[in-house]
Write a protein that binds this ligand. Structure first.
Ligand SMILES: *[C@@H]1O[C@H](CO)[C@@H](O)[C@H](O)[C@H]1NC(C)=O
Ligand SMILES: *[C@@H]1O[C@H](CO)[C@@H](O)[C@H](O)[C@H]1NC(C)=O
Ligand SMILES: *[C@@H]1O[C@H](CO)[C@@H](O)[C@H](O)[C@H]1NC(C)=O
Ligand SMILES: *[C@@H]1O[C@H](CO)[C@@H](O)[C@H](O)[C@H]1NC(C)=O
Ligand SMILES: *[C@@H]1O[C@H](CO)[C@@H](O)[C@H](O)[C@H]1NC(C)=O
Ligand SMILES: *[C@@H]1O[C@H](CO)[C@@H](O)[C@H](O)[C@H]1NC(C)=O
Ligand SMILES: *[C@@H]1O[C@H](CO)[C@@H](O)[C@H](O)[C@H]1NC(C)=O
Ligand SMILES: *[C@@H]1O[C@H](CO)[C@@H](O)[C@H](O)[C@H]1NC(C)=O
Ligand SMILES: *[C@@H]1O[C@H](CO)[C@@H](O)[C@H](O)[C@H]1NC(C)=O
Ligand SMILES: *[C@@H]1O[C@H](CO)[C@@H](O)[C@H](O)[C@H]1NC(C)=O
Length: 207
């Protein structure tokens, strides 16, 4: 019985796939084109790969209620993935951010946004719960309502917010966070900077 479960898990892991979300698109007219596709479903062993191909964007994890705020600032001590700004030019400087789907986060819904277009609907979701009332359409509405041009809070003005997130173009900063946030990041299985974690998942299953 136990062996069968392990074998089934192994087979699932062996068929692991990379799911690409292209980050770019024509952002001058429609923020909802920044992430393509905006919604993906990933299974255990898969990796969701943000592929930055055009312009200057981020892929930053947030929460359904506060689409345009890093998750660690709306739900403490939760930590999440954050690419920081990636300047891809026009395909001249592409880069990726992988988000592996592990046993710890296989049932987690990851809401995310682009700092530069969030208020225009530059948002998306990994593994939305189809039975939940929290949908991508609702998430887009929240983003535009809270951070769009008609948002009431003056602090939602784009010019006042760009500086609140590091402009560094290097990769993840979450791995250097303090111990409590690091451990919650680990619980969610968000490991940034490489796909080396996938063989580790396989190794764990073999053991
Ligand atoms: C972006 O959209 C505008 C308006 O529709 C269009 O004029 C422009 O050619 C588009 N740019 C690209 C790179 O597709
Ligand atoms: C933006 O693009 C999305 C996806 O293609 C489309 O459904 C939506 O109607 C567009 N919105 C505008 C204002 O063009
Ligand atoms: C990212 O997009 C670029 C440009 O389309 C493409 O050449 C590259 O293979 C893509 N990377 C991945 C991991 O899909
Ligand atoms: C959230 O994380 C960012 C780095 O990703 C950090 O700069 C910021 O200080 C953190 N905020 C809180 C409230 O922990
Ligand atoms: C990017 O490059 C392609 C191919 O050279 C070109 O068709 C497109 O208009 C460029 N887009 C922008 C936004 O410069
Ligand atoms: C994920 O959710 C499914 C369906 O509720 C459940 O069968 C499975 O055990 C859960 N997996 C983990 C690792 O929690
Ligand atoms: C999905 O949403 C339903 C309805 O809110 C809830 O009962 C269920 O536990 C959720 N599933 C997961 C994996 O969070
Ligand atoms: C902002 O409000 C104006 C006036 O009510 C409206 O015409 C416009 O469509 C709104 N813009 C957005 C993005 O909702
Ligand atoms: C969205 O608005 C909130 C509240 O004003 C602000 O804290 C946040 O930084 C804004 N996000 C972006 C990406 O501008
Ligand atoms: C990317 O966008 C951010 C926020 O608008 C800005 O502060 C930063 O300078 C931009 N990066 C580049 C290289 O233009």
């Amino acid at each position: 019985m136990r062996v069968a479960v392990v074998v089934a898990s192994l087979l699932a892991a062996v068929s692991a796939k990379n799911i690409i979300i292209t980050v770019g698109g024509n952002t001058t007219t429609n923020g909802s084109l920044v992430f393509q596709p905006q919604e993906v479903h990933a299974e255990l062993g898969d990796a969701v790969i943000f592929n930055f191909t055009l312009g200057n964007h981020t892929a930053t994890e947030s929460s359904f209620a506060q689409p345009c705020t890093p998750i660690n600032e709306s739900i403490t001590p939760m930590n999440g993935f954050d690419s920081n700004f990636r300047l891809a030019g026009n395909g001249s400087n592409p880069s990726i951010l992988p988000v592996p789907i592990l046993i710890q986060n296989v049932n987690t819904t990851f809401w995310f946004y682009d700092v530069n277009t969030c208020g225009e609907g530059g948002v998306g979701v990994i593994n939305a719960n189809d039975s939940s009332t929290e949908t991508l359409a609702g998430f887009v509405r929240n983003a535009i309502r809270l951070n769009g041009t008609n948002a009431t809070s003056s602090s939602a003005a784009p010019s006042s917010t760009g500086g609140s997130v590091s402009g560094s173009s290097t990769s993840s900063s979450s791995s250097s966070a303090n111990p409590s946030t690091t451990s919650s990041a680990a619980q969610r299985g968000v490991v940034l900077g490489g796909l080396g974690v996938l063989p580790m998942v396989l190794a764990a299953l073999v053991l």
